[in-house]
Design a protein around this ligand. Sequence first.
Ligand SMILES: NC(=O)c1ccc[n+]([C@@H]2O[C@H](COP(=O)([O-])OP(=O)(O)OC[C@H]3O[C@@H](n4cnc5c(N)ncnc54)[C@H](OP(=O)(O)O)[C@@H]3O)[C@@H](O)[C@H]2O)c1
Length: 251
Amino acid sequence: MTARLQGRSALVTGSTDGLGVAIAQALAAEGAHVIVTGRNVEGGKRTVGSIEQAGGRATFIAADLGRGAAAIRELAHAAGEAAGGDLDILVNNAALLIDPAPTAEVEEELIDQALRVNVKAAFLLTGLIAPEMAARGSGSVINMGSINGLFGSAHSALYSATKATVHSLTKSWAAEYGPAGVRVNTVAPGPTLTEKISGIQDRLASMIAAMPSRRASTPAEVAAAVVFLASDDASNIHGATLSVDGGRAAI
Ligand SMILES: NC(=O)c1ccc[n+]([C@@H]2O[C@H](COP(=O)([O-])OP(=O)(O)OC[C@H]3O[C@@H](n4cnc5c(N)ncnc54)[C@H](OP(=O)(O)O)[C@@H]3O)[C@@H](O)[C@H]2O)c1
């Protein structure tokens, strides 16, 4: 364990599964007290257990980000309390991954749910936590974007739109909170080998063929980018998009 984030606290949404687990583990390995959250209690306990086993500090708070402002206020409050008052790092990572489908076949309920979880939750959570960081004069917000937010992709309009919005929010929040010392940045992964993504080998193969590195990222590689942006190593980086996509966005 190194100590780039010793004494800091971090809230990582969507850390019960997938990439968020690796992000929570990596932040904790640098000394941060990590607040793990999501709906799945078993998943949350697993993430906390893995962090504690490695000698780190984590607390699980169950929350459904699709349930609107009251639930999100509750999460922000409970996370602040668990962190002993101050949250130094917020990672807006939770999202609904959406199976490809023609636009005309996407149901209204799915559109609403995707906007609620991928956009509205991050918007409300940041609106609750970033002003407190600003009042203290420091903090780091990291939004999980995607290469899908950077260019068009047939049958992925809904997911891509939510991710493009996240990229836009990063820039607006960098402008809004940066002058008060809060850095807001995006990590934009390409295909990353979580359990879920590893299960779609056919789609993965064509995505990987278009990547200069010719391989998907590991969750640890994406988590390392988050740790970098959360740490003082990124002390004058505001409003940036850090792609972890084997070069896909560059071509
Ligand atoms: N994996 C990739 O290849 C890839 C590529 C580019 C970008 N990304 C981005 O990386 C982030 C993580 O993706 P992932 O692949 O790790 O996805 P994942 O394996 O599906 O995990 C999603 C996480 O979000 C949480 N979540 C979903 N709906 C929620 C809700 N209503 N309330 C609270 N939490 C909720 C889930 O927790 P619960 O089920 O416990 O609620 C889970 O922890 C996302 O922002 C995604 O867009 C991933």
